[in-house]
Write a protein that binds this ligand. Structure first.
Ligand code: HEC
Ligand code: HEC
Length: 301
């Protein structure tokens, strides 16, 4: 009997050691994955700077989420500071001296925003480039024109601190970076008429996939701190939130105010500072598109 106990104890210790080694290995994988070189073919989008493009670019910057993390002035703000030690500050993206974009060329903007890869060829970790990959060339050029017109500020570089567990999960592939999720060979979207149509709605709603998932079924947002709520199921399937938005007016009101029809507050992980800037055409279009989605169970990504 004693012998059996001894063997069990040894086996237990061995398991813990193996587990710890596997964990350390996964963390090391995570570090290596961050340093990997992502080989993509970048098609530069020529710079524009006419007044119409700058106006459109400002609208896109303010409504598509850039301002939420990089700040309205592009200075870069802390957008995750969690109990588990995760801390992420977006970089200054104004052309200030020494700033990350100060020596960008036309191709570098595409590499970063569309592909999630920095000019050195390494993956970005927290920037949701998968939400911007589908942007058409005209919108893309306008967005870049606006960012380049921002007054230079003396902001800082990015700060990305990950808890070991998150790095391990990243290492083993449970958490993916944008460059992994993007199909880099897919050409940019062709422009569709800007109107309250399903087609245009599908285009605008690409900015929701990073959180609500490519199928819009919601669920936990991989890599986010545990205290953050799962994203909502926007399809008509089980656990959908859409029954409470039976009219477009209710949907638009929630997107603008951050409150549900029953006046309760939607969690601020939903980037309302940006979403409230979406104009009526875009919001009506998104609503029309969401109505066409196939039913899925919550979190069926
Ligand atoms: C959820 C927060 C978030 C949003 C939204 C976001 N960014 Fe970022 N961005 C980051 C972070 C964090 C980095 C630092 C790199 C990383 O992710 O590891 C970054 C990096 C960048 C860089 C520099 C990349 C480099 O290292 O060379 C540019 C340029 C940029 N973002 C532009 C944009 C634009 C334009 C938008 C809107 C279309 C946008 N970002 C939206 C968080 C965000
Ligand atoms: C940065 C992540 C993020 C992005 C981007 C995002 N959402 Fe959400 N969304 C969430 C989270 C998290 C919740 C759940 C909030 C809660 O439970 O209080 C949510 C909830 C919702 C809800 C349900 C509100 C309710 O009644 O509880 C709707 C509808 C919605 N999102 C639509 C959208 C649409 C449309 C877009 C794109 C235009 C979008 N979201 C972009 C994270 C996001």
């Amino acid at each position: 009997m004693k012998k059996i106990l001894k063997i069990a104890a040894i086996a237990g210790v061995a398991l813990i050691v193996v587990g710890a080694l596997a964990f350390a290995g996964a963390v090391e994988f995570g570090d290596r994955k961050l340093r990997r070189y992502v080989d993509i073919r970048v098609v530069p989008v020529p710079y524009v700077k006419d007044a119409a493009a700058l106006k459109l670019g400002k609208y896109l910057f303010e409504s598509r989420g850039c301002g939420e993390c990089h700040g309205d002035d592009g200075r870069g703000i802390v957008f995750i500071d969690a109990a588990n030690g995760m801390y992420v500050k977006a970089p200054d993206i104004t052309g200030g001296k020494g700033g990350v974009v100060s020596d960008y060329n036309e191709g570098d903007w595409v590499r970063t925003i569309r592909h999630g890869v920095n000019p050195k060829g390494h993956p970005l970790l927290a920037m949701p480039s998968e939400d911007y990959n589908r942007m058409n060339d005209a919108d893309f050029a306008a967005l870049v024109a606006y960012v380049r017109s921002l007054a230079p500020v003396a902001g800082e570089s990015a700060i990305v601190r990950l808890p070991m567990l998150v790095k391990a999960l990243y290492g083993v592939g449970t958490i993916k970076d944008a460059a992994e999720k993007i199909d880099h060979r897919r050409p940019p979207s062709q422009p569709v008429a800007v109107a309250a149509t399903v087609e245009h709605g599908a285009y605008v709603a690409t900015m929701c996939v990073g959180c609500h998932g490519p199928t819009f079924a919601g669920g936990r947002i991989p890599g986010t701190p545990p205290e953050r709520p799962p994203a909502a199921n926007l399809t008509p399937g089980e656990g959908s939130v859409m029954p409470r938005y039976d009219t477009v007016e209710k949907f638009v009101a929630m997107m603008r105010t951050g409150r549900r029809p029953d006046a309760t507050e939607v969690n601020k992980v939903m980037p309302f500072m940006s979403l409230r800037n979406l104009n009526d055409t875009d919001l009506n279009a998104v609503y029309a598109y969401l109505k066409t989605l196939a039913p899925r169970k919550v979190a069926e990504r």
